[in-house]
Design a protein around this ligand. Structure first.
Ligand code: GLN
Length: 297
């Protein structure tokens, strides 16, 4: 079977089974199996796959047609330009969540602006960042990587999660990306100590009754623990906002990812809890996606 025939057959199977992004996923699986990039493909579409490549490709296509997420087949997802290992224990990083990392990076950039390189050392130490519900660690690790590069600033990063299995994935990601971070197995703040200049979080925020309506890829393969925001979807925002003031330094920032219909609810909760400069940011689709606020005690 040639590359071209494989792509055509893979795409046909995925289209027929109503797989989301059939065309793209057929490409990505072909690229993954053959190690031939799409750019190269156009020069050599008639190159035959080896027997092994062909059977591996058709196996992956079959699995994808059963709505196994592409990322569980390839084992990776790119986020903020970095490659993260993923599995059934962590939420697959979403592109929308890059806005959360970008907003956090902007705030950190502002904090160091005008200070000579390497001299930004709050509390005589380092800027401290806590990622609550860290999952794969993609938010924490991408902020540490990019802030370290652009601001040349040392940041101490901590990721907390209730799932030990998720933390093992986060630690594996830190190791493979060569990023130093500490991970805590904790039910929200239970095991958290110390003070932070910033707390970021993409907590579970889907209403329990909505989970059933999500795509099969999501509801059957992303951990429900990472999705379920309980009855009104706001449970974890409430609990994090309630506790965060004990862990934020004066002027510290709380940065949340939110669901598209939660901007008003989360920003008013933050307002009531004493945060100022509470701003809701929209994602590329024009939907409310991130809320930021500053805590001044
Ligand atoms: N954005 C995810 C989804 O749409 C939900 C992530 C979350 O609950 N934090 O599936």
């Amino acid at each position: 079977m040639t590359l071209k025939e494989a792509y055509q057959q893979g795409k046909d199977v995925l289209v027929k089974t109503g797989t989301p992004d059939a065309d793209l996923d057929a490409w990505l699986l072909l690229e993954y199996v053959s190690k031939i990039s799409r750019a190269m493909y156009y020069a050599i579409p008639d190159k035959p796959l080896t027997q092994d490549e062909e059977s591996q490709y058709l196996h992956y296509i079959e699995r994808r047609a059963q709505h196994i997420p592409l990322q569980h087949l390839t084992g990776v997802q790119e986020f903020m330009g970095l490659e993260f290992q993923v599995n059934e224990h962590v939420l697959i990083p979403r592109q929308d969540t890059e806005l959360l990392a970008e907003e956090a990076l902007k705030i950190i950039g502002e904090a160091v602006k005008g200070r000579p390189e390497g001299t930004f050392e709050p509390a005589g130490g380092r800027y401290r960042l806590l990622d609550m519900c860290t999952g794969s660690g993609c938010i924490l690790l991408s902020i540490l990587h990019h802030a370290g590069k652009s601001a040349k600033m040392k940041i101490k990063g901590t990721g907390a999660d209730i799932s030990q299995k998720a933390l093992e994935t986060a630690q594996a990601n830190a190791d493979s990306l060569h990023i130093q971070a500490e991970f805590l197995c904790s039910d929200l703040f239970e095991q958290v100590t110390g003070q932070y200049e910033m707390i970021v979080s993409n907590p579970p925020y889907i209403r329990t009754d909505v989970i059933e309506t999500l795509q099969e890829e999501v509801k059957n393969h992303d951990p429900i623990l990472a999705l379920d925001g309980k009855e009104d979807g706001l449970h974890f925002y409430r609990r994090i906002i309630e506790a965060a003031d004990k862990y934020l330094t004066k002027g510290g920032c709380l940065v949340f990812e939110i669901g598209a219909d939660q901007g008003e609810a989360v920003s008013s909760m933050m307002g009531c809890a004493g945060y100022h400069n509470v701003i809701v940011k929209k994602d590329l689709a024009g939907l409310d996606r991130v809320v930021t606020g500053v805590y001044d005690r």
